[in-house]
Write a protein that binds this ligand. Structure first.
Ligand SMILES: [Cu+2]
Length: 669
């Protein structure tokens, strides 16, 4: 049987042979370049064989609390100065090469640069101000190029375009190689109830303050100056070159948020390189008193050796080369074998028609190793007691179905050895705890759970596995609707090893927990229909997708696709409560994220209306900022838009987000 890699190679060869002149457009046989869904064995990646990486030899890193710079304005605001830098980290086990990564850390020093970044601990209604610095420069102050291949043919930040050509979809006379100039970045607090100037708008990026920025380059995105002027007017904090100062009011429910890059057309690469961290919000009426849940989590000033029973866990997939470097595809060929012609080259010589397939962008990317909190396949020593884990799916394209089992290689679907008690999602606590055998997590979703190891014998070993597929997710169950992830690699996540109890567990058992009172949103005053779509090549038959898209849906159910730079179509009134009906016309599920708001999932219904609408899943009954929209379904969410200004909504498969599956929206006039 062909492996996926062999299939890719075979299709690359066939693809080249098929490239023949034929009228207005080259004719390639339909569906030739789509991967069959059923093939999911060894996932191709870099030169490092994932099965050569020993598992469970490195302890899970629990990110410490990020140091503050100061408390300012009469101790009313927590102030941070955080930079993104490039450094080496031992992501692979000791004895294997270190990996060049990027991440955030405090400029105060003290070894705070880590992938993932240290956790920002915040308090409800106490503002946090962060000076976010882009310090992707070398020791001489010259800019560092990207460590991954940047496709310059998308609608992207495009610094070389200068002030007139930035944030555009540039044209090319020949197929370009990757962009190797200074790297634009801008930080988004995912889950933040952020005002527009602090939301990390995709066109508000900035280059590092490097000594050698080439002449003519735009050094900031189209919206940087507008938001800089606005922000400086509000709080007086100056945005120096190579930085932005965002202030977060934290006027929202306690919850599990995270921060990461959001640059136009580059998010998939900027996040894959490492920069991301948790931003936990505690306190207020929607939190529980200390001691009710397992804790503590890391706090500033913890003495060495402090034991933690609340742990954030970011699960990501990555591929590596044998020198330790991160692997990310440098050609479309990696995805489907399509060998070109690409953007900048005619479909066939003399046709006068350019290809519309980007040379480097891949529609999805699946790594072949599992990285948890910045280490491949770590282990965690747990006591026989309860733990609170805050899971984040931080992958690029990979959905996760997490399960705790006693045998990592058990036949899928495996029997759960311990349940998860899910108590919260993106927008804080659920109305009540939910007992689950598995956690289905779309990209960027968070699951706040309690796992009770009480009664397990010292020395017991349990495994966190992943049963979602090594391919785009479309719903359904492993081994029934799709092959589960490779049990030898991406089907495993981390190991728990039971050690003696160090202290008594005084937390409340999850089945006895009463979670904070939950207030649902009021009635909606407006309903809008939006579309999720994909588009194949318009000039090369059977090649696709060319890009993923969003759009609108009319009263007859007919979609109109809209690209990033078309006029705003979603414009809720300030303080309006709206229902958004997301019509998914594609064959895959997409995790849809709306900035600024926390929404409630109302229901899901088939687009053909052949069945009654389905209620939200039990774990979706709280507030969320990201929701899985399944193929052929309408996913309905309800949100209150209570901050004015310019925001975005998008798919959080970051490859999609980067290639048109993101739209601006505006609240109020
Ligand atoms: Cu998508």
């Amino acid at each position: 049987m062909l492996t996926r890699r062999q299939l890719l190679k075979a299709s690359a060869i066939t693809g080249a042979a098929l490239l023949v002149p034929g009228g207005a457009a080259s004719v390639l046989s339909p569906e030739r370049f789509r991967l069959p869904r059923a093939l999911a064995a060894a996932i191709p990646g870099g030169s490092l064989d994932p099965t050569s990486v020993p598992k469970y030899v490195t302890p899970l890193i629990i990110p410490p609390a990020m140091p503050r710079q100061a408390a300012i304005q009469g101790d009313s605001i927590d102030y941070y100065v955080l930079a993104v830098r490039q450094f080496l980290q031992q992501v692979l086990p000791p004895g294997q090469p270190a990996t060049t990564v990027w991440s955030y850390g405090s400029v105060k020093g003290g070894g705070t640069f880590n992938y993932p970044a240290f956790t920002i601990e915040s308090t409800v209604d106490r503002p946090v101000r962060v000076k976010w610095m882009n310090q992707l420069v070398d020791g001489s102050g010259n800019y560092l190029p990207h460590i991954l291949p940047v496709d310059p043919t998308l609608h992207w930040a495009n610094p070389p375009g200068g002030p007139d050509g930035r944030d555009t979809h540039p044209a090319f006379d020949e197929t370009p190689g990757p962009y190797t100039g200074p790297v634009p970045m801008v930080v988004h607090l995912h889950g933040g109830h952020s005002t527009e100037e602090a939301d990390g708008f995709a066109e508000a990026w900035y280059l590092p303050a490097a000594a050698n920025i080439p002449d003519g380059y735009a050094t900031v995105g189209s919206y940087y100056d507008f938001f800089k002027t606005k922000a400086e007017g509000i709080n007086g904090a100056i945005w120096e070159t190579g930085s932005a100062v965002f202030q977060y009011a934290n006027d929202q429910r306690a919850g599990t948020n995270w921060y990461h890059d959001h640059t136009l057309g580059m998010t998939r690469l900027n996040v894959y390189a490492g920069p991301a961290g948790f931003y936990l919000m505690r306190g207020g009426a929607a939190d529980l008193p200390a001691g009710v849940l397992p804790g503590p989590a890391p706090q500033l000033g913890d003495p060495p050796g402090t034991k933690y029973y609340e742990i954030p866990i970011a699960v990501q997939d990555r591929s590596f080369n044998s020198d330790g470097s991160l692997f990310y595809p440098d050609s479309r060929k990696f995805f489907d074998g399509f060998p070109g012609p690409y953007v900048g080259t005619e479909t066939y010589p003399g046709s006068g028609i350019q290809s519309d397939i980007s040379p480097i962008w891949n529609p999805e990317f699946f790594g072949n190793t599992t990285v948890v909190n910045g280490r491949t396949w770590p282990f965690l020593q747990v006591e026989p007691r309860r733990y609170r884990f805050r899971f984040l799916n931080g992958c690029n394209s990979r959905f996760l179905i997490l399960k705790i089992v006693s045998n990592a290689l058990a036949r899928r679907p495996a029997r759960a050895a311990l349940p998860f008690w899910q108590i919260g999602t993106e927008g804080g606590f659920l109305p009540a705890p939910v007992q689950l055998d598995q956690l289905l997590m779309g990209l960027a979703e968070r699951a706040d759970v309690i796992v009770d190891f009480t009664g397990l014998k010292v020395g017991s070993e349990l495994y966190l596995i992943n049963e979602a597929g090594d391919e785009p997710f479309g719903g359904g169950a492993p081994e029934r609707d799709f092959p589960a992830a490779d049990p030898a690699t991406t089907g495993q996540v981390m190991k728990f090893v039971v050690v003696p109890l160090a202290s008594n567990d005084t937390s409340v058992p999850p089945h006895q927990l009463t979670l904070p009172a939950f207030t649902p949103l009021g009635a909606a005053t407006n309903t809008r229909r939006v579309a999720l779509m994909e588009e194949d090549s318009r000039v090369l038959e059977g090649v696709g997708p060319k890009e993923a898209e969003l759009g609108t849906v009319d009263e007859f159910g007919t979609p109109t696709n809209l690209s990033w730079d078309e006029p705003i179509t979603e414009n809720p009134d300030l303080h309006a409560t709206e229902i958004w009906e997301m019509f998914n016309f594609t064959e895959d599920a997409h995790p849809i994220h709306i900035h600024e708001v926390m929404f409630q999932v109302i229901n899901r219904e088939r687009i053909d209306r052949r069945r009654q609408p389905r209620a939200p899943e039990t774990w979706e009954t709280g507030y969320k900022d990201t929701v899985i929209a399944y193929p052929d379904e309408i996913t309905r969410v309800k949100a209150k838009f209570d901050l004015p200004g310019l925001y975005v909504w998008h798919c959080h498969i970051v490859e999609h987000e980067d290639n048109e599956m993101m739209r601006p929206y505006r609240v109020g006039p």
